[in-house]
Design a protein around this ligand. Structure first.
Ligand SMILES: NC(=O)c1ccc[n+]([C@@H]2O[C@H](COP(=O)([O-])OP(=O)(O)OC[C@H]3O[C@@H](n4cnc5c(N)ncnc54)[C@H](OP(=O)(O)O)[C@@H]3O)[C@@H](O)[C@H]2O)c1
Length: 198
């Protein structure tokens, strides 16, 4: 059992919090109420960022003390939205949100994962007709091992998890968001994930 704070109580945050609670973890969820994120992060061992990507480095830098020495699991994407509300372009071209977060929080181990799929797949990876991939990006091997175990708790098979390397590799998975509006326009909101086929 691990104490986990989920920042963001929307589709992603609510879904992850419910699944992690079912898996036996002690989970606190914070919405955008002032002070809620700090209160939740203070008492947790692992903090999950499931808030909008825009402005996240500044918002989370304000939690520097609460996040010191902890793992920050970043599942968010930072995009500008098109007129239809779907993601249109990257907010950090030539970098990534994950790198910005790691730079803003040098005493925190940032691990990027689960940002390459629609939210229902995050907690039910066997729902798809073919195995999805969960990518890991981060500088701290121990933190990535801990996140691997959390993914296992969420139903991810070991062979579906791919460690891409350091935090800079999040550029690749964050860029995958550029598929999303086109896939949704083509096929609707049916759950999907980016997967490496072999
Ligand atoms: N939806 C997906 O399938 C999916 C898949 C992969 C990654 N993501 C990423 O996951 C993140 C969350 O997506 P979502 O679909 O769950 O969004 P959402 O349903 O709109 O939920 C966003 C949550 O973040 C909170 N929030 C908004 N502004 C905040 C702030 N300034 N400080 C703290 N909390 C704030 C909201 O709080 P209130 O309820 O109080 O407004 C809400 O609980 C985004 O970065 C998105 O790119 C989404």
């Amino acid at each position: 059992m691990t104490t986990i704070a989920v920042l963001g109580n929307g589709r992603v945050g609510g879904n992850l919090a419910a699944a992690l609670t079912r898996a036996g973890h002690q989970v606190t969820v914070a919405d955008s109420t002032p002070g809620a994120a700090a209160d939740a992060a203070r008492t947790a061992r692992i903090v999950i960022n499931a808030t909008p990507g825009a402005g996240a480095p500044e918002r989370l830098a304000a939690l520097r003390d609460e996040l010191r020495g902890k793992i920050l699991v970043d599942v968010s994407n930072a995009t500008t939205d098109g007129p239809d509300g779907l993601p249109a372009d990257l907010l950090h071209p030539g970098s990534s949100l994950a790198e910005q977060l790691q730079e803003a929080l040098p005493e925190t181990s940032v691990v990027k994962t689960l940002n390459t799929m629609l939210y229902p797949v995050m907690t039910a990876p066997t729902m798809l007709s073919r195995p999805p991939t969960a990518f890991l990006s981060g500088e701290d091997p121990q933190a990535k091992q801990t996140v691997r175990e959390l993914l296992t708790d969420l139903g991810w098979h070991k062979e579906w998890i791919t460690d891409l390397g350091g935090i800079r590799t999040a550029r690749a998975t964050e860029a995958a968001i550029l598929f999303v509006p086109h896939v949704i326009r083509a096929d609707g909101f049916a759950p999907f994930a980016i997967s490496i086929a072999r």
